[in-house]
Design a protein around this ligand. Structure first.
Ligand code: FEO
Length: 401
């Protein structure tokens, strides 16, 4: 897209990545992702974050349209994950006198990833750096997303650069600012990014939000996705709500099915949820990538799981989904279960066991053998309705009975 001045003397010089198929080698990127890097130009010049190594030359071309890259005095490394640090080797070659600034916890990573042991300085939490006309300060926010993470703040323009925090998937489609686009088109990809990448660190996200409240912030400029220069508190509240694991009143129904019988039950349960007055998304775990299943589980407080019995246990795609929700530490879910089997049960009991282990509220479960009968489908419908009723009660919207 080329560089763009986002505030006087502060330039976006990042790149869109529309060719990486899997973020972190596992999360699909159907709409791409951006790596946002920022030049802060005072009497001295700082570059905040960089990009994945594959895009280092493009970053350099963007920088060169604003300043001579050799003039950069500081390379600020908010976060060491290579989607933000991968261009450092090239930047070091073109700006050999630039000092790398990072948290103390980042220093051994700089040595291990890139062999940088000189020209590197640890910055203290709250430390300031006067660039001459621009003033940076550094605020450690460990575990958003790795332990070495920090946010950088530019005080004269009141811009926060929080790196992964407040970021999202989806490349920037010709616009940098959230107020230039229909954010509804982006929100799902922000949630998918949050739930897939930083959801496990929700407590750290909440701590960071509390800590950064001390700063007067007018612009939030994350290192993935849109920049917020109007009402950035809207984005902060979205992130806080997701980090609190609140979930909207609605249901993500995730099922697996080998020959279609469990799918029939999924349809009946979904109808029950609708009759109970709530939206439901039905997702086939064998066909929809788990990245999107996690996104919907994070969006909705209600989660209904359906599985045939496979190798005496849970259908593997459903089990994998549950395992990742455990890894992501999703809490506070209201759950229904349906299971099926050919000659001996197993999936329902194991799903119940997993739900208990995860500390979620189990509203009810049904199980059937072979093909579901009309009576069993009615029970499934009732299950959907019961989950919806429970969610409506919890949301304080009353019963439809
Ligand atoms: Fe966008 Fe944790 O790196």
């Amino acid at each position: 897209m080329g560089p763009r001045e986002i505030r006087p003397g502060i330039f976006w010089v990042g790149v869109n990545d529309r060719t990486t198929d899997l973020f972190e080698g596992m999360w699909p990127l159907p709409h791409g992702v951006s790596y946002n890097a920022y030049l802060v130009v005072g009497q001295r010049i700082a570059l905040i974050d960089s990009v994945k190594d594959h895009y280092a030359e493009e970053l350099l071309r963007n920088i060169a349209q604003v300043v001579d890259p050799a003039r950069i005095s500081y390379l600020v490394v908010n976060h060491m994950e290579p989607d933000h640090s991968g261009a450092l080797p090239l930047l070091r070659r073109v700006a050999p006198s630039a000092e790398i600034l990072a948290t103390p916890a980042a220093l051994p990573m700089l040595a291990r990833f890139y062999g940088f042991t000189t020209g590197v300085r640890a910055v203290a939490d709250g430390e300031t750096l006067d660039l001459g006309g621009k003033i940076l300060s550094f605020h450690h926010i460990p575990f958003v997303h790795w332990p070495e993470t920090m946010a950088t703040y530019e005080g004269t323009q009141r811009v926060l650069f929080p790196c992964d925090a407040f970021g999202g998937f989806r490349a920037l489609d010709g616009a940098l600012f959230a107020d230039e686009v229909d954010f509804a088109l982006y929100e799902g990809e922000v949630l998918r990014y949050f739930s897939n990448i930083v959801g496990m660190q929700s407590q750290a996200v909440l701590r960071a939000i509390e800590k950064l409240k001390a700063l007067a912030i007018e612009v939030i400029a994350p290192s993935h996705g849109l920049i917020w220069r109007k009402a950035p508190e809207r984005l902060v509240e979205l992130y806080a709500r997701w980090a609190r694991n609140e979930g909207e009143p609605g249901v993500a129904l995730v099922f697996g099915s080998m020959y279609g019988e469990t799918r029939k039950m999924a349809e009946a349960v979904a109808r029950g949820v609708r009759e109970g007055g709530l939206p439901v998304r039905v997702l086939d775990a064998g066909r929809v990538h788990v990245s999107f299943l996690i996104q919907e589980a994070w969006r909705c407080r209600g989660l209904i799981l359906g599985s045939p019995t496979y190798d005496t246990g849970i259908f593997p795609p459903v089990e994998h989904f549950l395992r990742l929700l455990e890894r992501k530490r999703l809490r506070n879910r209201v759950v229904g279960i349906f299971g099926s089997y050919g000659w001996r049960g197993g999936a329902r009991a194991k799903l119940e066991e997993r739900v208990r282990e995860l500390g979620w509220e189990l509203v009810g479960s049904v199980e059937f053998a072979g093909a579901p009968t009309a009576e069993e489908l009615r029970q499934g419908q009732e299950l959907g309705r019961a989950v919806a009723e429970r969610l409506r009660t919890l949301a304080g919207v009353g019963s439809r009975a």
